[in-house]
Design a protein around this ligand. Structure first.
Ligand SMILES: Cc1cc2nc3c(=O)[nH]c(=O)nc-3n(C[C@H](O)[C@H](O)[C@H](O)COP(=O)(O)OP(=O)(O)OC[C@H]3O[C@@H](n4cnc5c(N)ncnc54)[C@H](O)[C@@H]3O)c2cc1C
Ligand code: SF4
Length: 321
């Protein structure tokens, strides 16, 4: 691994100041960043280890809002009775990330800010990939099994985070700190697609960090993930869903993971569900609508029936609550 400067700030202000240097990167649990550094996929001259900052690992009910610090570990989120009871989709998503070892180290902030897993991006020799500041997408004419069926443009890598899908369905807010102070970003605006900037996945500036994620507590929600291996694997497709309203749905949110460069809201299905109840025929039509507009590449059309099946299962599970 190429040499780098290791820093361990003790405050958010110090961290963002250290991140203002060129090629400085925040470190949470390191389960993604260290692999990137070992394979020299992105230049890294300074590592800013956030774990020296006290008070960023909380999981608490803040007057009816679930507040989770960016350094909260995925295992702690999965095991929290507060999260399981009041925001079950997030607890389910955290429990399905990778393996127990990675969930023990991996933080919520790192999970949301992780880089894409496209196998060409992760291949050290594929230096011409757009995401590595090159001018080519290897997936368009290559193996596109893991890639986007919605919203690809130049780059077709999907967003790999399971918690991002769940938090999109829960309409979370991301609290971000930078040199000018703190700002809050609705999760629907937090992720950036390649049509905006293919070099990054989020709105975070290089000297900004996530400090907290906030979710309004209460309505039923669910997260489901399809992955070839149960022990440890990224989603091929996932769904987070939440419905608000007792007999008649007032608001429905359906977020699809691993099918687009950002968590993809199935807006046609959501609009169709409003004012209806979750009867089997309604669920079946919503599942069809969730895949509307998908444009598969050469080898990822299998994601379309996966989307429909997972949405049907998720809504059926919610109808039983
Ligand atoms: C084998 C393997 C399997 C995996 N499987 C899954 C999976 O199934 N589902 C899934 O969702 N993920 C998966 N991951 C991805 C990921 O490593 C973990 O999910 C983990 O949550 C990342 O968190 P971390 O704290 O270790 O991040 P780090 O590696 O520390 O950081 C990841 C990125 O986020 C940035 N970052 C870290 N913290 C912050 C912050 N507070 N603010 C701003 N930026 C920050 C870093 O600079 C870096 O770019 C897997 C990883 C591996 C190696
Ligand atoms: S999909 Fe994106 S990350 Fe993968 S090769 Fe194409 S440009 Fe690179």
């Amino acid at each position: 691994m190429k040499g780098f400067e290791y820093t361990r700030p003790t405050s958010v202000q110090e961290a963002v100041q250290l991140l203002s240097a060129q090629n400085a990167r925040a470190l949470g649990g390191g389960t993604d960043l260290l692999g990137i550094m070992k394979d020299a996929l992105l230049p890294t001259d300074r590592v800013v280890d956030l774990k020296g900052i006290q008070g960023l690992d909380h999981i608490k009910d803040d007057s009816g809002t679930l507040a989770i610090g960016a350094l909260a570990r995925l295992n702690d989120i999965a095991a929290s009775s507060l999260v399981a009871g009041k925001a079950p989709a997030l607890a389910q998503a955290a429990s399905l990330v990778a393996s127990p070892q990675i969930r023990n180290m991996g933080t919520l902030g790192g999970n949301l800010a992780q880089k894409v897993r496209c196998w060409y991006f992760r291949d050290a020799d594929r230096t011409d990939c757009y995401k590595r500041n090159g001018s080519y997408c290897y997936a368009v004419l290559g193996a596109s099994d893991l890639h986007a069926v919605f919203d690809g443009a130049a780059c077709f890598a999907v967003h790999p985070s399971d918690t991002a899908t769940a938090l999109s369905a829960l309409d979370a807010t991301v609290v971000v700190a930078g040199p000018k102070g703190q700002r809050t970003v609705p999760i629907a605006s937090f992720f950036v697609g390649p049509d905006t900037d293919y070099l990054r996945e989020t709105v975070l500036a290089p000297d900004e960090i996530i400090t907290e994620v906030r979710v309004l507590l209460g309505a039923p929600s669910v997260f489901l993930k399809a992955a070839p291996r149960r022990s440890i694997d990224f989603a091929r497709t996932s769904v987070g869903a939440q419905v608000i309203g007792t007999n008649v749905i007032q608001t429905a949110r359906i977020a699809l993971g691993a099918v687009a460069p950002t968590p993809h809201r199935a807006t046609k299905a959501e609009a169709f569900l409003e004012g209806k109840s979750l009867a089997p025929d309604v669920i079946a039509q919503a599942a069809e609508l969730a895949a509307d507009g998908a444009k598969p590449l050469a080898s990822n059309a299998y994601k379309i029936p996966l989307i429909k099946g997972l949405v049907r299962q998720a809504l059926t599970a919610l109808s039983a609550r």
